[in-house]
Each structure stands twice: as C-alpha cells, then as structure tokens.
Design a protein around this ligand. Structure first.
Ligand code: ARG
Length: 228
C-alpha cells in the first residue's frame, strides 16, 4: 500500500517472524521487540495504528513483494537477492552471525564446515553455511525458528546453531548449558523491506528511522528488550 492508502486504512501492517528476541517476540500474548517499537513510532508519525502479522521468516520477503502487508520488519539483512525482490529502508542495526555450542563441547568456529549446524530456514545463517562454507545439505538442519534449533542443540542432535548476534545472546542467556563463541562470522545490516517502487511509504519509514537513530532510541529499545 502507498502512504496514501496506509493513511486511508488508518493501519500499517507489519509482517514479521516473532521468534527473534530482542527484535520480535511474544510476551503476555502480545508482539513486542525492537522492530515493534520502531513500527509503533512510524505509525505514530503517520497518525495510524500498527497490526503485526506473524509468519515464517522465509516467506516475508516474497509476501512483501506480492503486496501483502505494508512492510517487513524482522531483523531482515540486506542481501543482493532480496534487493531484487523488495526495496530496503536505511540500515538501522549492524549484526553478524554467531555460533552457539553446547557448553564444554570444545567446538570451535573453524570446525564449522565439518559440523552439523542448525539454522532458521531462509536466514543468512543458512546462507553462511550453504553458500559461504559449501556445507552439504544434510549438515545444515533447517528449523522454523532458531529457538527450535537451540533445543536440538541441547538434545545433542546438533553440534552448533548459527544465528544473529543479539538473538544468539538472548538464547544463551536463557540456557545455561549453551555457550556463545564470541566471533563475528559475517557482517550484516538490518533494514525494513517495502514493495518495490513504494517510495512514499519508504520515505516515511526512513524519516522515522533516521529520527530514532538521531535520538539514540534504537539502542534504548535493544537494551530494554535484551533484559526480557
Ligand atoms: N538477519 C537474518 C536474515 O535476514 C535473520 C533474521 C531472522 N528474523 C526473524 N524475525 N526471525 O536472514
């Protein structure tokens, strides 16, 4: 929807995958997180409300492409093949993939090409394994969420889980039997995705994002939700 349509509907529809704390997760039956806070600020600046639609991560970019929802906000990394499908806002967070292992297992990051790794399907964690490290199909186990992958790591079905830095920190903080290898495996930036050519809405999103960054709000949101 164009900016005009959003204003007419009185609603911004945010497509996300709410299993990615601190960026989006469910608490007390509500969608919360850094991306939800950002969406609320965009909506406030436009005088509309936000509706959050939860879906599988690997469907978000295609859904935005086909005009479902107003935008995708899900800690989405800007990638060339995604840029073929959608337009991205300015970057609002820098991130990297990180390796989580079972505490005491002694697994190291240089072993990754020979390990069995769990990832969230359709994420840059998967692409890091499959594309950058040429890992075999059966070495890379795909899950609907990184939390499910972490459970299989705990159960001994995986050697490691590869996921974005802050979600990795959040998982390790809640699971004392897991450990984070403090080594950035990739360099990534998050942005909000809109349908190609939707410049009116993209400009409005960029204006709010720039304001939030200037005010130091994004860091504040991250701190607030990392405690959750
Ligand atoms: N940054 C990674 C990517 O774009 C993972 C994002 C996962 N986001 C989520 N809400 N589950 O591929």
């Amino acid at each position: 929807p164009t900016l005009e349509q959003v204003k007419k509907d009185g609603e911004l529809v945010m497509l996300t995958n709410a299993a990615f704390p601190p960026f989006e997760y469910v608490e007390n039956n509500e969608f919360v997180g850094v991306d939800v806070d950002i969406a609320n600020e965009i909506a406030k600046d436009l005088g509309v409300k936000v509706k959050v639609v939860n879906m599988d991560f690997d469907g978000i970019v295609d859904a935005v492409k086909s005009g479902k929802g107003s935008f995708g906000a899900a800690g989405i990394t800007i990638k060339p093949d995604r840029l073929d499908k959608v337009d991205f806002s300015i970057e609002y967070v820098k991130s990297s993939q990180y390796l989580i292992i079972k505490k005491g297992s002694g697994v190291t990051a240089d072993q990754i090409p020979n390990l069995t790794i769990g990832v969230q399907a359709g994420t840059t964690g998967e692409f890091f394994c499959v594309d950058d490290n040429a890992m075999a199909e059966d070495q890379v186990k795909k899950y609907k969420t990184a939390l499910e992958a972490a459970n299989d790591l705990k159960n001994g079905r995986l050697d490691g889980v590869i996921v974005d830095q802050l979600p990795a920190e959040s998982i390790v903080a809640k699971n004392s039997d897991l450990e984070l290898i403090p080594e950035a495996l990739t360099e990534e930036s998050y942005a909000i995705a809109v349908q190609k050519g939707n410049t009116t809405l993209l400009d409005a999103i960029n204006t709010t994002l720039q304001r939030l960054m200037d005010e130091g709000k994004i860091d504040e949101y991250v701190l607030k939700h990392m405690g959750a």
